[in-house]
Design a protein around this ligand. Structure first.
Ligand code: 13P
Length: 253
C-alpha cells in the first residue's frame, strides 16, 4: 500500500514574511491531512527558516535542486550534504525548468540523483515531455530516456529510494492539466517500465503528478491507480489550496 505524497515546489517565490504566514496556515490545517505525506521544497536561502518552522511537525521539507559535486571549488553550488545539514528529506532533480532554462542534460540529472542518494536524501526525479514531443507521439520515448539515464547510472533499485514526478511540460504553470486518463497512462507506462527490471521496486515507488494541480482537480487525479500524489507549483503558495490538495491525498475513510 503506497502512502500518497503531496510536495509543494515553491520555485523562486517567497520571502521571510510570506513564508511564515504560509507555513503557519498549512501547519494549522495539518491535523486534517495526517494520513498522507506532505512536504515543501523551498529556495535555498529559506531552508533554515523552513527547518525552524516545520521541525517536529509531520511536514517534511526539501530543496529544488542540488549541485552534482560534494564540496570544493564550485562557486554558487549547494551540495547534497549541505541540504542534509538543514534537515532536508527531499530534493527535486531534473525539473523541466532546470533542464530547459539551465541546460541540465539527462546525464547531469543522473549525477545529481546519485549525489542526493549518497547524502541520504530522497530525490524527486522529474520527467515529462514537451507539447511538441506529445504531438509527435513520442511521450513514452522521452520519459523512458529520462528514466533510463538514471537507472543506467544508479541501477533500478535506486528508484526504490526515490520519488518519480511525471510533469508534462505543457501542463506546468499553464492552467492546462493533463486529463486524468492522460496522466494515468504515462504513470502506468513508467511503472511497467520499472517492473520489467524489478517488480518489487515498481510496486512500491511513488509516482506523483505535476502540472496545474489545484484543489479542484486533485481528488480526481489522485483517484487513479498509478497516481500517488502530486508535485504542486502555483497552488502550493496558497495555504488553503495546498491544504485542500493534501486532504485529497488522504486515504478514503
Ligand atoms: P504548477 O502547479 O504551477 O503548474 O507547477 C507544476 C510544477 O512545475 C511543480 O514542480
Amino acid at each position: 500500500m503506497r502512502v500518497k505524497l503531496v510536495a509543494g515546489n515553491w520555485k523562486m517565490n517567497g520571502d521571510l514574511a510570506s513564508n511564515q504566514t504560509l507555513l503557519n496556515a498549512v501547519l494549522s490545517a495539518a491535523a486534517s491531512f495526517s494520513a498522507m505525506k506532505c512536504a515543501v521544497c523551498a529556495p535555498f536561502p529559506y531552508l533554515s527558516q523552513v527547518q525552524q518552522l516545520l521541525h517536529g511537525s509531520g511536514i517534511a521539507w526539501g530543496a529544488q535542486d542540488v549541485c552534482q559535486f560534494e564540496n570544493g571549488a564550485y562557486t554558487g553550488g549547494v551540495s547534497a550534504p549541505m541540504l542534509k545539514d538543514f534537515g532536508c528529506h527531499y530534493v527535486i532533480v531534473g525539473h523541466s525548468e532546470r533542464r530547459a532554462i539551465f541546460g541540465e542534460s539527462d546525464e547531469i540529472v543522473a549525477v545529481k540523483f546519485e549525489a542526493a542518494l549518497k547524502a541520504g536524501l530522497t530525490p524527486i526525479l522529474c520527467v515529462g515531455e514537451t507539447l511538441t514531443e506529445r504531438e509527435a507521439g513520442i511521450t513514452e520515448k522521452i520519459v523512458a530516456r529520462q528514466l533510463d539515464a538514471v537507472t543506467s547510472r544508479c541501477g533500478v533499485k535506486a528508484l526504490g529510494k526515490a520519488v518519480i514526478a511525471y510533469e508534462p511540460v505543457w501542463a506546468i504553470g499553464t492552467g492546462k492539466t493533463a486529463t486524468t486518463e492522460q496522466a494515468q497512462a504515462v504513470h502506468a507506462f513508467i511503472r511497467s517500465r520499472i517492473a520489467a527490471d524489478d517488480a518489487a521496486v515498481a510496486s512500491m515507488v511513488l509516482i506523483i503528478y505535476g502540472g496545474s494541480v489545484k484543489a479542484a482537480n486533485s481528488a480526481q487525479l489522485f483517484g487513479m491507480s498509478d497516481i500517488d500524489g502530486g508535485l504542486i507549483g502555483g497552488a502550493s503558495l496558497v495555504a488553503d489550496e495546498f491544504s485542500a490538495i493534501c486532504r485529497a491525498a488522504q486515504p478514503a475513510a
